[in-house]
Write a protein that binds this ligand. Sequence first.
Ligand code: MNI
Length: 474
Amino acid sequence: MRRMRVASLVVAGAIVLTGGVGSFVRADPAPSEAYITDEQGRALVLRGFNTENSAKKTLDGMPEFTEADLGREHQDMGTNFVRFLISWRSIEPQPGVYSEVYLDLLAERLDWYAERGYHVMLDMHQDLWSAAIAPGRDTGGNGAPAWATHMDGLPVGSHDMWEMYYLDPGVIRAFDNFWNTTGNHPELAEHYANAWRAVAQRFADHPAVVAYDLMNEPYGGTLQGPVFESGPLTALYQRTTDAIRTVDEDNWICVAPQAMGNNWGSPSGLGKITDNRDGEQRIAYCPHIYPLPMDLGGGYEGISRDLVDATIASWRDNTLRTAASLGDVPIILGEFGLDTTLPGAIDYVEKIYETAAEMGAGVAYWSRDDGDWGPYEEDGSARNLVAALDKPYPRAVAGTPISWSSTVDRLELTYRPDPTVSAPTEIYLPWRGFPGGVRVDGGEVLAWDQSTRLLTLRQPQSAENVAITITPAP
Ligand code: MNI
């Protein structure tokens, strides 16, 4: 009895926390049919990693990630996407001075991705505003340059959990100055938008680059929730989008809600961004999910699992609602990840990928670093995540995906063919499930390449929905 009462309290708490009350009484939002498209007009299903955490700290701002690492990932998991961490500190080391050295290093990495047909979303990363919140100490702070970090003499403490630094007066003030809530630093947002313009100017025509994720896990300082999101955050996104569009008409602009609350499934108050380009809008929505019970080490079993499922359900519904309100924009889950030594971890990973596929969302796992959260051990051996992520998926669809799902040796895809797209539908099929030939029901094979694991399908003549099932040839 007592346990029941405690349990219902926790569940009630979780529902309130995740903003779920509203989401339970409103109608279920429909899955998204909006996708980021490639140059041939195909809908892209994006699957890959955040690459990588190590870039937050290195002197040159680059991840400790080699071309061989990319080759291995491509071979082992067939990823086609990366959320690549970049930083304002590296782009604009001095006010108004952009580092060509940094952009050159970035270009070198982007070429590795281009050679393998990847799509890159550049992510302007920050956590806790900047490393300059506590010079010489490791707080987890990264992102902004020291010259853009104004704490007005307020203190920053010392904490075991990095998230706690968000509550320190110095950190809150650094954000308040950036958002100009203080009224003292209107120049900072302008610098930020122009730093993005410098990046977009350099990479507008780079074949790998597909999107710009304008700010990682935004935080409003003394402004929180819808007041922050609909106010200064939306304004910054609009200003940055306008700056990017002066030099780049084509790449997608991805916007995220504030991290606190939204990462746990709460609704967002983000306002609509106007995309001043010719043609249709190219805005996308890229929230994160980190269910609290999981982050607190609960794993994915027992009551923790129920709470995590409740978080996933409200996150999904709230994400679909926000994407609809931003103008039926494509969705990318920009980050999710966990210590996969936790009980039930791989079930959670599979649950998230299933949910993303149902929603029509792309996914970038956090992160590509070695160790307990990543696909490989420090010594290079593959971890449990590799097999969990190496699943069939439609990489590029010559039309609109209506629904799809997969297990290691089966893929089902329903889509509405677009007769104006001439490039074929492309499907990745892992060795694990497809060691030999393939069997396609409901479609016609154009080519099957055993070495690249790529299956291409002939485009049907009519624009009627087609349903395809792919299994290993008997
Ligand atoms: O869990 C978070 C997170 C918690 C709390 C807050 N605030 C209080 C503002 C913000 C963010 N983030 C999760 C992951 N995101 C970063 C990189 O973007 C990763 O290092 C974290 O694991």
